[in-house]
Design a protein around this ligand. Structure first.
Ligand code: ATP
Length: 234
């Protein structure tokens, strides 16, 4: 397994947000976390990337225990994150935003920058425009592109479809599939369970800080409980 999360507990002060989650992500997979608001999806991603500390449990990456490793070292190790809310630097150009993803790297960036521009031609067209003037969908592209510039082995995506028009949502999911096809493992958090399950090899359903179900994505699409709770009962 590329990523193994073993019985993690995470607190905000006295509040337990994650109450014993275990999950695995295999090399080359797309794995999704779905669940209602407050289920602990974002906190799980932040704990994997090192933005939140563990109370207990462990995180293994490539077989090594990274539970206490600082976040910036996890980036170097190969964990890239596109955060909820995107975090685009408004006063920097598109290209400067993308290069921020690579500030820990010392190797040549040209090939990776070219690949990001190939995946997102819109960013190429607007590389000198300020990030803050880009549309919501375009800022989402910047956030994903910036995470790709870290050259991740696993890409953590937090709500990439949030706030986007339906056509752009379809496009973002296509791009996620393409990124995966090119060799990057993906751990995806999504409110848009329908789309996420469709493209996921496997998925975990979270409820109040626990995993209540896990199965291949398409199987969960047909699960009556999942349909009723997360797919609008259709
Ligand atoms: P959403 O889709 O709304 O982001 P989520 O499944 O990602 O939901 P989290 O954001 O991980 O859920 O939240 C899990 C729990 O932790 C919730 O009960 C939330 O209120 C709590 N929580 C999250 N962030 C904080 C914080 N900064 N301070 C205190 N409690 C927090």
């Amino acid at each position: 397994m590329l990523l193994e999360i073993k019985d993690i507990h995470v607190h905000y002060g006295k509040i337990a947000a994650i109450k014993g989650i275990s999950l695995e992500v295999g090399d080359g997979e797309i794995v999704s976390l779905i669940g209602a608001n407050g289920a602990g999806k974002t906190t799980t991603l932040k704990t994997i990337s090192g933005l939140r500390p563990l109370t207990s449990g462990s995180i293994l990456f490539n077989g090594a225990d990274i539970s206490r490793m600082p976040g910036h070292k996890r980036v170097v190790a190969g964990i890239g994150q596109s955060p909820e809310g995107r975090g685009v630097f408004p006063g920097m150009t598109v290209q400067e935003n993308l290069l921020m993803g690579a500030y820990t790297r010392k190797d040549s960036l040209d090939a990776d920058l070219a690949e990001v521009y190939e995946l997102f031609p819109r960013l190429n067209e607007r590389k000198n425009q300020f990030g803050g003037t880009m549309s919501g969908g375009e800022q989402q592209m910047i956030a994903i592109g910036r995470a790709l510039m870290t050259k991740p082995k696993v890409l953590l995506l937090d709500e990439p479809s949030m706030g986007l028009a339906p056509m752009l949502i379809a496009q973002i999911f296509e791009i996620i599939k393409e990124i995966n096809k090119r060799g990057t493992t993906v751990l995806l958090v999504e409110q848009n369970a329908q789309q996420a399950l469709k493209l996921s090899d496997r998925a975990y359903v979270l409820e109040t800080g626990r995993v209540v179900k896990s199965a291949p994505g398409p199987e969960l699409l047909d699960d009556p409980q999942v349909r009723a709770a997360y797919l609008g009962g259709h």
